[in-house]
Design a protein around this ligand. Sequence first.
Ligand code: NAD
Ligand code: IPM
Ligand code: MN
Length: 361
Amino acid sequence: MNKHIILLPGDGVGKEVIESAKQVLRAVATEFGHTFTTDEQAIGGEAIDHYDTPLPEATVKACQEGDAILLGAVGGDKWDTLPADKRPEKGLLGIRKTLGLFANLRPVKGFPSLLHTSPLKEHIISGSDVLIVRELTGGLYFGQPSERRENGNVVVDTLHYHREEMERIIDQGFQSARLRHNHLTSVDKANVLESSRMWREVVDEKKKEYPDIQVEHLLVDAAAMKLITQPNQFDVMVTENMFGDILSDEASVLTGSLGMLPSASIRSDGVGLYEPVHGSAPDIAGKGVANPLGMILSVALMLRHSFKMEGEAAAVEQAVKESLEQGYHTADLQMEDGQLVSTGQMTEAVVENLTVKGVSD
Ligand code: NAD
Ligand code: IPM
Ligand code: MN
């Protein structure tokens, strides 16, 4: 198959992990006989420096024409004092919104060989397998007005949702649950927020269409606690934009590191942008020590969701699993045993396992 992939490295470790994605793509193409062409485009701080905007027109056009998009990460101290519209993060929010990528799927499944790297007790996290379905193009992130008033002493951020925006993400939650273990936890703050009360109404209406799915409502504060005390209680969690952002970083603790988590930002027709959950990690950027596995597992999600290449996706995930079982790990994984490696070496291990286990043998 021929596929055209747009690469958006962005800033900090985003650039480093995109290099890993490229190597894995080359290995998949060779092993499985595909042709992947790539086109690198600017976004975030990088784009601000070169084009004075975090989301150049050329980037949007390329993304609209590609078969799928891989994004590293955006942001960094250098751009933190710029006005809201000029910040790197605006580039990421802009591409999600422009492409209509309203559903962000964040699978959180630890590899057995990493159980002991989590600060949580092994018997608590063992067997946990959660999918966070996060609304991605609405809520507090996009509501207007968002501004300072009265000489800068009053701030307003608006939490805005249309019922239809809730319906489509909640549908996605139910559909994801149907493909997994038929359990959906809807997370909200219905004891305080009007938006959450409407969210709950929509979930209760929708559940009539999905009688096979067991539904539970949970307030976000309790959900945050249960996610790390009883993670096995969860199958699919569906929630609005900001709650999903926060809960997914928290959930990464189940896997040993934020650097492990992949994500897929999709819309109904299968178009997708695939990105690790982590950010540009300014504290470790440029050192070649970032964990590339969240990015590499995002490549697997792209192969599966956008290209329907299940065998290829499974091969990448298997290569990651084997590399970890061989003891290779980056510094973010708190391991005393095994072999501490760089971003490049971790990637080589995955490529090596992928190549040895590919369809050619
Ligand atoms: P972060 O996710 O960049 O880093 C949080 C912590 O996790 C840091 O200690 C970092 O070193 C570590 N970490 C993250 N990714 C890692 C990896 N692959 N390997 C090893 N360790 C890793 O979050 P932050 O520090 O709060 O934010 C830094 C910048 O990134 C900010 O500008 C923020 O806006 C941006 N950000 C971007 C995205 C994105 O592009 N999707 C996501 C989150 C944050
Ligand atoms: C993420 C990030 C982004 C978000 C920021 C950088 C805008 O934290 O992808 O999780 O909050 O969506
Ligand atoms: Mn986040």
